[in-house]
Ligand binder design. Sequence first.
Ligand SMILES: [Zn+2]
Ligand SMILES: [Zn+2]
Length: 121
Amino acid sequence: MSFSDKTLVCRDCKQNFTFTAGEQEFYANKGLQNEPVRCSSCRSNRKTTRTNEPEEGYVRYGVFASFGGRTPRQMHPATCAECGMMTEVPFQPRGDRPVYCSACYSKVRPPESEGTSERVG
Ligand SMILES: [Zn+2]
Ligand SMILES: [Zn+2]
């Protein structure tokens, strides 16, 4: 099966655009029978107007959400009681309670106990 460039008319902007042989092959490989009805710029326009998703790669740690470093929150330097590593916690560390880094925190406190909200301060 061979492909050759095809000129199509965009449904949105009524401009001619090329459905290239390479694209046709790509479509065929994906099992798509229909030709594209929009030019690539209209297609990407539709995509960008729809995009309202949070940034990719954003990891949430529950109570430790601030560890992503994106939340403008006051962080306090502390030493992990488990591994002794320097870490930062979103609350003022007190002597009466051990402070853990995010890695050790998830170890000592499995996520199952998420229902209990702790008071800080
Ligand atoms: Zn268009
Ligand atoms: Zn630790």
